[in-house]
Ligand binder design. Structure first.
Ligand code: GDP
Length: 632
């Protein structure tokens, strides 16, 4: 598991002094950090619980969180890394041991919840890590100037020696500011960002939120804020189009705070830079601010000496060259000749190229390159890993394919039923929800209803809410964040239904509020535990009864419909039920078999009832765990 920022932070400078004496906080009496032992923090903890654990006012915790770009309410659950960070920032020591046994890692490949704040990747050697360039995604409402801003950034700050025009897209652009590199992903927008995240990729260190000063916070601005927040990626606001006469920065700043983005000028921690993509004004300042924010909140690190790990940002099939993929190397060094596994495909790196098509022998952390040599075209967001050899690669790919097959059978993501199991196992304390409603009024009514739901220690966390139809975008966010999508008076549009099925994202649609809150509450309380449902598998007619010993009988039978398997049995004689029992054995000739289909003969042995007669009908049934019927 990746080391959290909290683990290395202490070496970076003096801890912030406590700003509040014991008497100013009413009933709270904070312990002097120096006298307090190390604090053990569980895998997930609410702000309120953390405040109690540490012995400070919850407001202090919230303030510290805001400084890190996290806006949490008092009852919101935060993960251990975040909690440790805040606790350390408050001057307390955090124990390396984890208070909650559930926090022990399960050996999963991808962390449960990408935090976007992990400076060291799993497998990096802490003694070898170096600072790498921050990777930045530009987000914002359509026409607010995302593309223009990216162009302006590339124009003013293309790294030395890179001039002369880009010849091929490598999915990301490296620029330089004061001699320091930054990498911008070429595809702006939270759609691409979240689609990648839904595949497990976590590439972005900083999100630049572009807001047109003459237009203000619009629906996609709000979405972008939620998407960045769900990924725990710090935001830098680029207030664009400042050259326009009707630019109204104050209005935009107020609107941002209404959406929980508190800019520095208003006492918050989110930096805002006024820019004009058209004139180039403020671009240098923006780059500077991104670097400062990255240093302060992310401090991205990588280990250049290890085997590479990266993410595919674009890929296509080229007639002459086969699968062409742009890879963003996140840690390690990727070399020609390396064997790599990418999603469910693998290959040997035949060539690496830069944006000019120049062949490179290797590519280090935070560099984007074209990779040739994969046997199939991977998907954007697929994670690339260097492995020992082709044998290892093949084994990993096989296993992934099996796992993927399992997932498509619906065992993957968060569902309401699944949530119950997670609560029971102590693995989660919240139900994450993406909420869509037809109009603002009903959205308000639904959130109010959800707020009323109280259950022990488990709560609903609405990651994103909005009006309108449920789109692919909502499904991707849900998939990336292990959330369920709840729709009120709304529907799935476009390919959203298909995506939801493919991703295993649960979507629940309602048109009555009390039904909605009833089911959410039931989910939290574990009432949606799967039901045992009886399924009739088939019937067989007894043709001949063989006595085996005194008390046992085998019924030579003919399967008239469905199939006969080991499971429950009901025996009917002249249309009347005369016994309920279990089928212990099913035989074809001398062999025990798992099932016998319609039109075949078989021997059926029941476990308790042996008074079978010719002409009896044996009905075979099984019980299956079935999710309780959801309204849809
Ligand atoms: P995107 O949809 O967010 O990528 O927005 P674009 O970059 O395509 O820009 C949308 C429109 O706004 C285009 O007509 C741009 O020329 C214009 N635009 C972008 N930035 C600025 C700016 O700083 N000032 C002015 N006046 N226009 C801008």
């Amino acid at each position: 598991m990746a080391r959290s920022r909290s683990g290395t932070r202490n070496t970076r400078g003096p801890r912030r002094p406590m700003r509040r004496g014991p008497n100013e906080s009413g009933s709270f009496h904070p312990v002097d950090p120096a006298q307090r032992g190390a604090i053990e923090i569980p895998a997930s903890i609410t702000v309120k619980e953390l405040a109690e654990l540490v012995g400070v006012n919850p407001a202090d915790i919230i303030r510290e969180l805001i400084k890190s770009g996290i806006f949490a309410t008092i009852n919101q659950a935060i993960d251990r890394d975040t909690a440790s960070l805040v606790t350390t920032d408050l001057g307390y020591e955090v124990s390396e041991t984890v208070a909650d046994s559930q926090a022990a890692e399960g050996g999963g490949e991808v962390p449960q919840e990408p935090t976007g704040r992990e400076e060291i990747m799993e497998g990096d050697d802490p003694t070898r890590v170096v600072t790498r360039a921050p990777i930045v995604t530009v987000m914002g409402h359509v026409d607010h100037g995302k593309t223009s801003l990216l162009d302006a950034i590339r124009k003013t700050s293309v790294a030395a020696g890179e001039k002369g025009g880009i010849t091929q897209g490598i999915g990301a652009s490296e620029v330089e500011h004061n001699g320091r590199p930054l990498v911008f992903l070429d595809t702006p927008g939270h759609e691409a960002f979240t689609a990648m995240r839904a595949r497990g990729a976590k590439v972005t260190d900083i999100a630049v939120l572009v807001v047109a000063a003459d237009d203000g916070v619009m629906p996609q601005t709000a979405e972008a804020i939620d998407h960045a927040r769900a990924a725990r990626v710090p935001i830098v606001v680029a207030l664009n189009k400042m050259d326009k006469p009707d630019a109204n920065p104050d209005r935009v700043k107020t609107e941002l705070s209404e959406h929980g983005v508190y800019i520095e000028e208003y006492g918050g921690e989110t930096p805002l830079v006024a820019v004009s993509a058209k004139s180039g004004m403020g671009i240098d300042d923006l780059l500077e601010t991104i670097l400062i924010t990255s240093d302060a909140l992310v401090d991205p690190k990588a280990d250049p000496k290890r085997d590479a790990v990266g993410t595919i940002i674009e890929a296509e099939l080229d007639k002459g060259r086969g699968a062409v993929a742009s890879v963003l190397v996140q840690t390690g060094t990727l070399r020609v000749g390396d064997v790599v596994v990418v999603g469910e495909t693998f290959g040997k790196v035949r060539a690496l190229e830069d944006s000019h098509g120049k062949r490179l022998p290797k590519a280090g952390p935070s560099s984007a390159v074209i990779l040739l040599g994969l046997s199939e075209v991977p998907a954007a967001g697929d994670i690339l890993r260097v492995v020992a050899d082709e044998k290892a690669a093949r084994a990993i790919v096989e296993e992934r394919k099996l796992k993927a097959a399992g997932r498509s059978e619906g065992t993957g993501r968060a569902t309401l039923e699944d949530l119950y199991r997670q609560i029971q196992a102590g693995q989660t304390k919240e139900l994450r929800v993406i909420l869509k409603a037809d109009v603002q009024g009903s959205l308000g009514a639904v959130t109010h209803a959800l707020d009323q739901i109280q259950t022990d220690g488990v709560r609903i966390n609405v990651l994103h809410q909005g009006t309108g139809d449920i789109t692919d975008n909502d499904i991707n966010l849900a998939s990336a964040s292990d959330a369920v999508v709840v729709g009120f008076n709304t529907k799935l549009v476009g390919t959203a239904r298909r995506s939801a099925e493919a991703e295993g994202v649960e979507v629940r649609l309602y048109d009555i509020i009390y039904k909605l809150s009833e089911e959410m509450e039931a989910a939290l309380r574990g009432m949606l535990e799967p039901e045992e449902v009886e399924v009739v598998e088939g019937r067989a007619e007894v043709r001949q009864v063989f006595r085996v010993g005194k008390s046992t009988a085998i019924a030579g039978s003919y399967v008239t419909d469905g199939r006969i398997v080991r499971g429950g049995a009901r025996v009917y004689r002249n249309g009347k039920l005369i016994a309920t029992d279990r089928i212990d054995s099913v035989r074809r000739f001398r062999d025990d078999v798992r099932e016998v289909a319609t039109g075949f003969e078989c021997g059926i042995g029941l476990s308790g009832f042996h008074a079978l007669e010719e002409g009896d009908i044996i009905e075979c049934f099984t019980t299956q765990m079935v999710a309780r019927a959801a309204r849809s």
